[in-house]
Design a binder for this molecule. Structure first.
Ligand SMILES: [Zn+2]
Length: 506
């Protein structure tokens, strides 16, 4: 009597079509019975990932031991993937002398001789590799179609996507009352807040390195337990997953990187999970990260408040930081014809910026008529996309020719490009939001508002302070005139500095 061993393994492939143990058992039994084999034992592995070794304690290990001891004649599994994860496994199991049969019939060594096995093994190894990659691609495509996030390792900021085949997920309600499918992929604190903070910092001009420092200081690590570096922060922030957008397939052409940076925002389908930031914020960050200047030298930001922002009143060149006769200064980057005391200028600009943000109309800064309205832009973008689709449909139905439609398509595509750019700008406006919010929260009293804004300001790193200055005001530095000396009292110095700075509020 041939003794059959059933090998059953819960698949870790999140392809939505994995087979449960019970179903595998039924199919394997039915094969064994049809061949008239005696079922000697069952070997059940749960959650043994394809990348982990199947060592002692696993059913696979026990199966090999039993096969070597010739307690088993044939191993039955539903398919090759269930039992063999590579050429190594095949060699291991063939060395025991045991035969293999799969329900799907792709692998049947119950009649093969040794030489045939060896030939087959080589073919199988190649087949295995190709099949695995095809299966992975299919699984990913399947997830994208269902607007699910990509599987695999847990993403920073989110809990791990649950494996399984369910189509109708139960709902969960997020803190703002929105319903989301409960498939295990939801914001995970404190990482989710760190991701939001990371975008805010990046858009305010912070370096990837300073974001990594902030995350490390908060005791956060990557999902494989590493300290954050600039590149790992980039990997987190570049991921469209954070904006609830479904990433396009990875292609070999971009070195396995997601192709999201080459796509328009409207080309990325909106996923079915809770976003951490708006699509505009993500798109603005993506553009910043794609900036080649930033890529080649992410740490090289000026470290003084006004260098590169203020310009020379004599020639218009940017002012740069320097030290002249032991005094911290800003000086014209083109010529030694102008320099100003750095501390006085920084103090004055900080003063006027805090004043501007503490004023009752500070919120107006965010509501200027030229400030982009993200909701309106989004609606217009959808409209433009629909227009593009309509034209293409007309061409497809033969109602117009592609030549006749070309001008219209060009117009609508230009419009889409403009709207994409404006939406990305809308993401950058958020830089000031936090400061204005802190003023609003302090109520109507000017002193209280000032104190709240000053506290928030002091908590920002230089990169963000610089971004806010740049956003609010243009600064031209002028000479105070020969022999002019600043007064010693604070108010006098402020007035003296004011006289040499021409401000243009944006
Ligand atoms: Zn100059």
């Amino acid at each position: 009597m041939t003794r059959a061993a059933l090998y059953l393994r819960q698949s870790m492939d999140r392809d939505g079509r994995s087979e449960g143990i019970d179903r595998q058992r039924a199919r394997c039994r039915s094969l064994a019975e049809s061949r008239g084999w005696d079922i000697a034992d069952e070997y059940v592995d749960n959650d043994v990932s394809a990348s982990k070794p199947r060592g002692a304690g696993t059913a696979w290990h026990r199966l090999i031991v039993d096969a070597k001891a010739q307690r088993v004649d044939v191993v039955v599994a539903v398919d090759q993937d269930r039992i063999l994860r590579g050429i190594g496994d095949l060699v291991t199991i063939l060395d025991t002398g045991v035969r293999i049969a799969t329900v799907d019939g792709e692998l049947d060594l119950t009649t093969a001789d040794g030489e045939f096995r060896a030939t087959l093994a080589a073919g199988l190894a190649r087949f295995e590799v190709r099949r695995k990659s095809e299966r992975q691609k299919r699984a990913n495509a399947h997830r994208r179609e269902r607007l699910l996030p990509a599987g695999g390792r847990r993403a920073f900021g989110y809990t791990k996507l649950r494996a399984g085949a369910a189509v109708d997920w139960p709902k969960r309600v997020s803190s703002d009352g929105t319903e989301w499918p409960d498939y295990g992929h939801e914001p995970l604190e404190p990482e989710a807040s760190a991701v939001r903070q990371g975008y805010a910092m990046l858009l305010a001009g912070a370096t990837l390195r300073s974001i990594a420092r902030a995350w490390n200081a908060d005791g956060l690590t990557t999902t494989v337990g590493q300290r954050f570096e600039a590149y790992s922060v980039r990997n987190v922030l570049a991921n469209p997953r954070n904006a609830g957008l479904v990433a396009p397939p990875r292609s070999a052409a971009d070195g396995g990187q997601s192709g999201a940076q080459n796509l328009r925002l409207s080309d990325l389908p909106v996923g079915s999970w809770e976003p951490l930031v708006s699509p505009e914020t993500w798109a603005a960050a993506r553009d910043l990260l794609a900036d080649p200047a930033r890529r080649s030298n992410p740490g090289a930001m000026p470290k003084t408040l006004l260098s590169g922002i203020a310009t020379c009143g004599v020639c218009g060149a940017p002012m740069k930081a320097g030290v002249i006769r032991d005094i911290r200064s800003y000086r014209c980057s083109a010529s030694p014809h102008l320099s100003r005391k750095r501390d006085d200028a920084d103090h004055f600009i900080t003063h006027v910026v805090l004043d501007r943000l503490a004023r009752p109309d500070a919120a107006e800064i965010l509501r200027r008529p030229d400030a982009p309205d993200a909701d309106r832009l989004r609606a217009e973008l959808l409209e433009a996309k629909a227009g593009e689709a309509n034209v293409l449909a007309l061409v497809g139905q033969g109602l117009t020719t592609i030549d006749a439609a070309t001008a219209t398509l060009r117009d609508v595509r230009e419009r889409i490009a403009k709207l994409e750019a404006s939406l990305t700008d809308a993401g950058r406006v958020n830089v000031l939001g936090a400061l204005v919010d802190s003023a609003e929260a302090a109520g109507d009293d000017y002193e209280a508002r000032w104190a709240a804004v000053a506290e928030a300001w002091a908590g920002l790193d230089e990169d963000r302070q610089r971004a806010i200055v740049r956003k609010l005001v243009g600064i031209v530095m002028r000479s105070p005139g020969k022999g002019s000396r600043p007064p010693r009292d604070a108010a006098g110095r402020l007035a003296h500095t004011e006289a040499t700075l021409a401000l243009t509020w944006h």
